[in-house]
Write a protein that binds this ligand. Structure first.
Ligand code: CA
Length: 727
């Protein structure tokens, strides 16, 4: 009776859904009858005899229907029979924005997450799960499709990529075809697609209004499925998002509920950051948010268990979509960027032997490309060919991975950067393709954590950070081509071992694996973002990737190897590469010359020829190089012209090039102001926060010597200023 009432009232949106927290008992309580199992025909309120008769009729008809369908269209029958539906578990993904494994169950001394810790104890806790990108939309594109963003073309954050739906489909579309009710967002959580490509109409039965719509989600969405229908739901907990912390001055009062507050004095700051009052403040804010999300998670669990009795028929994944939003995490490829927690609950009746039993802790390497195939496997749906990952749970898990991989590319208002990561059980390897720009080239975090970063800057100026390890990373204007970290002896990745002869063999192995992966994936990130879009039309980047004429991965990788060595010995081969037929290869040669700084002086005539190159990327890079060599008279007119290029990507990149050149580009400033009045921002696409970027660029060009001391400005200290004021 209770169940029928639940269904009825939910469909009319009138039923209050939450009950007082029963926290830890939630998982441990013996199962209640499930929605699907207890009431397959929606007749629970009827007398027993009627129920039995109707049930008999239902199953007889179902059997007849099954038989007919099996004779006519066997595949369709397998996907849509009520019998098949009844035999399938519900699956719920609960994602928390921007969290690293900073939960109590992962041993974090700062954490207070009792609900998630109790949940972990009743299922499996994965210690080595990695996103394929340290930021949201590329990560989510891989979660949805099981394909690496560098293969799909979705690696530039919010690049709005064309994904041909005949080639690659998000897995909820497949679940729906197999009879699942699929929803994104529900009461107590937000929706989030953010796949970096258009969400196909067939992907979801329901997507809740977005977080910015101002509309609260009232319905408990799993109740809107048909009786007996299994569901897949994705619920997003937003409160840990980077935007939710970092703007509180040290010592300012917390607005968190008393039970979620964390005392900054008790925070342990990780050693890759200086231990300052502002660092303690941002970490305590982050942990407040984690405690809040812990409570929100428990409320969802309560709805599922206490209100609807669905826990014993629902597989639950809890995980982060990328790492923490404190500088050094999200958007970088050190482990706090892609490394996330994953907790899995599989009800006993849906467990394959030995999987996710209470208290399981596993070090198995898992990648985000494995999530879609795993979810399909758990639902009993065939895994399509295009998926690159393998299931780590279900009836036939794939072999354990030896490596996980990730990429870092463009993010809001930042420089375009390109890095790749390969990690095995023992080592974390990063290959930087833009070593000529520093780790702080990405402005994103700096604008969102001003107090902490200002304190970091001041600690560096006062000599309180270690100049040789990662503590000083953000004060350097360039980065190495390769990084190698030993995970067991250096869990916080302080010391780069890439130059240590003791680790030469491991470096060689991981370097080779990185190259192998990039070639196997036809990594689209070696093309400039402008060329990625231009060359792929009218196809999708995914289809273009394997066309060696349009995406000559090996040739570009060879050129990048030469360019990224930043070695004057490569001057001549780089000059030769400037003659290559392909503009994408010439771009890498130009990047190599830019990285050589004054050592590129002998290449000046070639660089001047490059100012008239067909490729705007090449023109821009040659102009930046020449401006750095003092040739602003020839360089600036080219950059000024590019400020009004048809492509928003080129206009945006030119702005960043001018910012890097700095005061020497002052003559371009009036032209920039003119361009800004004349529709500079049109079609900028992925440039989510242009005004911030413009501020940074203006400051860098116009203000060569900002004051080093004095009070912290109310808003956003400029990254470019910092670059100039540090040694
Ligand atoms: Ca995120």
């Amino acid at each position: 009776m209770k169940i029928l009432k639940t269904c009825f009232q939910t469909r009319h949106g009138a039923r209050p859904c939450r009950r007082p927290a029963a926290a830890l008992a939630a998982i441990r309580t013996p199962s209640q009858p499930t929605h699907a199992a207890a009431d397959p025909a929606g007749t629970a309120a009827l007398p027993d005899t009627v129920l039995n008769l109707r049930g008999w009729c239902f199953y007889s008809l179902a059997l007849l229907w099954l038989t007919v369908c099996a004779m006519v269209t066997p595949l369709m029958a397998a996907e849509t029979t009520p019998a098949a539906q009844a035999a399938r578990p519900n699956i719920l993904w609960i994602t928390a924005e921007d969290i690293s494994p900073n939960l109590g169950c992962y041993g974090d001394p700062n954490a207070r997450t009792p609900n998630l810790d109790a949940f972990a104890a009743q299922g499996a806790r994965y210690t080595q799960v990695h996103s394929v990108h340290p930021c949201c939309s590329p990560s989510r594109s891989a979660l949805a499709t099981g394909v690496f963003p560098t293969r799909l073309g979705t690696f530039q954050h919010r690049g709005g990529v064309n994904v041909n739906g005949e080639k690659v489909r998000p897995f909820p579309s497949l679940l729906r075809e197999a009879g699942y009710y699929c929803f994104n967002g529900s009461k107590g959580a937000t929706s989030k697609t953010d796949w970096n490509f258009q969400v196909p109409k067939d992907a979801w039965d329901f997507i809740a209004p977005g977080r910015n719509s101002g509309r609260e989600v009232e319905a408990i969405e799993w109740r809107n499925r048909k009786p007996g229908q299994p569901f897949f739901g994705q619920l997003n907990l937003f409160k840990t998002h980077q935007s939710q912390y970092g703007l509180r001055a040290p010592g300012a009062p917390s607005k968190a509920l008393p039970e979620h507050r964390h005392d900054p004095a008790k925070i342990k700051v990780p050693p890759y950051q200086p231990d300052t009052a502002a660092a303690r403040e941002i970490w305590s804010e982050y942990h407040e948010r984690l405690s809040l999300v812990d409570a929100e998670f428990q409320a969802l669990l309560e709805m599922l268990r206490t209100d609807d009795g669905l826990l014993d028929d629902t597989i639950i994944f809890f995980f982060g979509d990328n790492g923490h939003g404190i500088p050094g995490g999200k958007v970088w490829l050190w482990n706090k960027g892609p490394h996330v927690p994953l907790l899995v609950w599989i009800p006993p009746k849906w467990r394959a032997a030995g999987q996710a039993t209470p208290g399981t802790v596993t070090d198995r390497l898992v990648s985000f490309v494995d999530f879609a195939p795993t979810t399909l496997a758990l639902a009993g749906v065939k895994i399509p060919q295009w998926m690159e990952g393998a299931p780590f749970l279900g009836p036939q898990p794939g072999a354990e991975r030896k490596y996980v991989y990730a990429a870092r590319d463009f993010h809001d208002t930042s420089d375009f950067d390109t890095s790749r990561m390969v990690r095995d059980e023992r080592f974390h390897y990063i290959r930087n393709f833009m070593p000529q720009i520093g780790w702080d080239a990405i402005d994103y975090s700096w604008t969102r954590a001003p107090y902490m970063l200002e304190s970091w800057r001041r600690a560096t100026l006062a000599g309180l950070t270690n100049p040789t390890n990662r503590q000083s990373a953000f004060s350097r204007s360039s980065k190495p081509m390769e990084e190698l970290y030993a995970l067991a002896s250096d869990p916080f990745q302080l010391n780069n071992l890439a130059g240590d002869p003791k680790y030469a063999a491991d470096l060689k192995r991981l370097r080779a694996e990185c190259r192998r992966w990039m070639l196997a994936e036809h990594d689209l990130g070696l093309l400039s973002q402008y060329e990625l879009y231009r060359r792929s039309r009218p196809d999708s980047p995914y289809e273009m990737a394997t066309d060696l004429k349009r995406n000559p991965t090996a040739k570009m990788l060879d050129a990048a190897d030469l360019a990224n060595a930043c070695d004057a010995k490569n001057l001549h081969p780089l000059q030769q590469l400037m003659q290559d037929d392909d503009g994408a290869v010439r771009r890498w040669a130009a990047i190599g010359l830019l990285a050589l700084k004054t050592n590129a002086t002998p290449a000046r005539s070639g660089l001047e020829l490059g100012l008239a190159d067909d490729s705007p990327d090449v023109r821009m890079t040659c102009a930046e190089t020449l401006a750095n060599l003092g040739q602003t008279n020839v360089a600036l007119p080219v950059l000024i012209a590019l400020l009004t290029h048809d492509s928003g990507i080129i206009r945006g990149q030119t702005l960043l090039a001018l910012a890097r050149i700095g005061p020497a580009a002052r003559a371009a400033l009036p032209h920039l102001e003119e361009a800004l009045k004349g529709g500079f921002e049109r079609n900028l696409g992925s440039w989510g926060n242009v005004p911030d970027m413009v501020k940074v660029a203006r400051a860098a060009i116009a203000d060569p010597d900002p004051p080093r001391d004095g009070p912290l400005p109310a808003v956003v200290p400029m990254k470019a200023r910092r670059l100039r004021s540090l040694p």
